[in-house]
Write a protein that binds this ligand. Structure first.
Ligand code: UD1
Ligand code: CA
Length: 453
């Protein structure tokens, strides 16, 4: 049985007041559209089809190979949008799920339930509904006296009595494919708005005496649709809580889940504790028994086990086990801290490896360096790695001792066991087990001035 999803994403999203297409606005690190596609995966067997229109280029680029796209131009309503998938899908799928791309909280389980309901339905379609006090502009589900679904009435054409109906159209449908294409050709332009409404196919089925099934959701949260940035923030808060709950149920402690911000898809090991104001973003992996935060931002980084990261910012970094850092440490792209490294306050590391047991307690910048095991980096040590044109490397051997306020002018090599005195300005390689000191600044030559203009 082939089941294919058709996602409608051609609308303008005018109410977002944005240059970015609505479906590309992110929630917990991924675009709205991505969330809907993920939820559809367990319920479908084929590659999804996305109907694009406004901002088509950007949406297609973002989707890459993950979906087939069809263009809806001009945008004449949701029924017209669904019809654009016919050329790709007619004869190629048994069932079609049509859903809107602005409903990112719908779960995989829910779509599965919808498809399973339709498998058992002798009629041509099943749809999702929800019972809620706040109608949020959704279409109302009109039922016959015998309880079966009769029609979906959009809010602005609903009679006052229909407006009181608490059962709402969520915007996800599963159709028998062949029936759908014919029905979409039969729907007529809505006289008031001049659009073809997908919701009108319900009446077509009812008119032909074909049963329409409804799956009634009880979790209103799942049906939050996004039309404005207020909705976007509500949906993100709900999604964040869903993500945090799952981590907690898997053994992660959070002192205050309301102020813990974790992107979708991040793995966190058991017995790790996240303190308030912790942000975990992008492609990040966290091991077991770590204590992270408060006030920590980690992006695209990998953390081993048993680390302590206090009030620090990490981006593109790799930490092995039992690393202790912060407060106020910063790791940038390519920082690799091996096990038992200690990094204290106001240090910055970029494109460098700090081998096992390196200590870098205070106020240092280490860039493009390879620092041997157990070496001590004194307060105020700087790798002067940039000569105005390129980045130059610094190599420091094992068990070295870099005195406070040392300037390491790269390219430079310090052998194992080397020592530098406080305030040393090191411009030449230092052999193993050798102490160097001094070198006050003095004029050596004229330089060419580079104008910024
Ligand atoms: C729609 C439903 C309504 C339902 C609500 C739930 C219709 C007529 N109404 O209303 O019953 O309660 O969703 O969220 O279907 N789109 C296109 N091409 C178009 C028009 C829209 O691709 O020509 C896309 C939009 O990008 C959006 C989706 O279809 O992702 C829904 O459109 P929208 O205008 O948001 O419909 P609602 O007014 O919310
Ligand atoms: Ca909508």
């Amino acid at each position: 049985m082939k089941v294919t999803a058709v996602l409608l994403a051609a609308g303008h999203g005018t109410r977002m007041k944005s240059d970015l297409p609505k479906v590309l606005h992110p929630l917990c690190g991924k675009p709205m559209l991505w969330h809907v596609m993920e939820a559809l995966k367990p319920a479908t067997t084929e590659k999804p089809v996305v109907v694009v229109g406004h901002g088509a280029e950007e949406v297609i680029k973002d989707l890459g190979e993950s979906a087939d796209c069809v263009l809806q131009e001009p945008q004449l309503g949701t029924g017209h949008a669904a019809l654009q998938a016919e050329s790709l899908l007619r004869g190629n799928t048994d069932y079609v799920i049509v859903t809107y791309s602005d409903m990112p909280l719908l779960r995989g389980e829910t779509f599965k339930q919808l498809v399973e309901t339709q498998y058992l339905n002798p009629g041509p379609l099943s749809l999702l509904t929800v019972v809620a006090d706040d109608p949020r502009g959704f279409g109302r589900i009109v039922r016959k006296a015998d309880g079966t679904v009769e029609a979906i009435v959009e809010e602005y054409v609903a009679t006052p009595e229909q407006r009181e109906i608490k059962e709402l159209n969520v915007g996800a449908y599963c159709f028998k494919a062949d029936w759908l294409w014919d029905a979409l050709h039969r729907i007529e332009r809505n006289p008031k708005k001049g659009e073809y409404y997908l919701t009108d196919v319900v009446e077509l089925a009812v008119r032909d005496d074909l049963p329409v099934q409804a799956v009634v959701l009880d979790d209103f949260m799942e049906t939050i649709g996004i039309n404005t940035r207020v909705h976007l923030s509500e949906a993100e808060a709900a999604l964040r809580m869903r993500i945090n709950r799952e981590h907690m149920l898997n053994g992660v402690s959070m002192m205050d889940p309301d102020s813990t911000y974790i992107d979708v898809g991040i793995k966190i090991g058991m017995d790790t504790t996240l303190m308030p104001n912790t942000y975990l973003h992008g492609n990040t992996m966290i091991g077991e028994r770590n204590v992270i935060g408060p006030n920590t931002i980690i992006r695209n980084s990998s953390i081993g086990n048993d680390c302590k990261i206090l009030a620090s910012v990490l981006e593109g970094a790799l930490l092995e086990d039992d690393v202790d850092m912060g407060p106020f440490a910063r790791l940038r792209k390519g920082a690799h801290l091996k096990s038992h490294v200690h990094m204290g306050n106001f240090g910055e590391v970029k494109d460098s490896i700090l081998h096992e047991g390196v200590k870098m307690g205070h106020f240092s910048y280490i860039g493009n360096a390879n620092v041997g095991a157990r070496t001590n980096i004194g307060a105020g040590t700087i790798t002067a790695n940039y000569d105005g044109e390129k980045k130059n490397p610094t190599e420091i051997g094992e068990d070295a001792f870099i005195g406070s306020d040392t300037m390491l002018v790269a390219p430079l090599k310090l052998g194992a066991g080397a020592r530098t005195g406080a305030g040393a300005i090191v411009t030449k390689n230092v052999p193993e087990d050798t102490l160097v000191v001094g070198m006050p600044a003095r004029a050596i030559r004229k330089v060419e001035r580079k104008s910024k203009k």
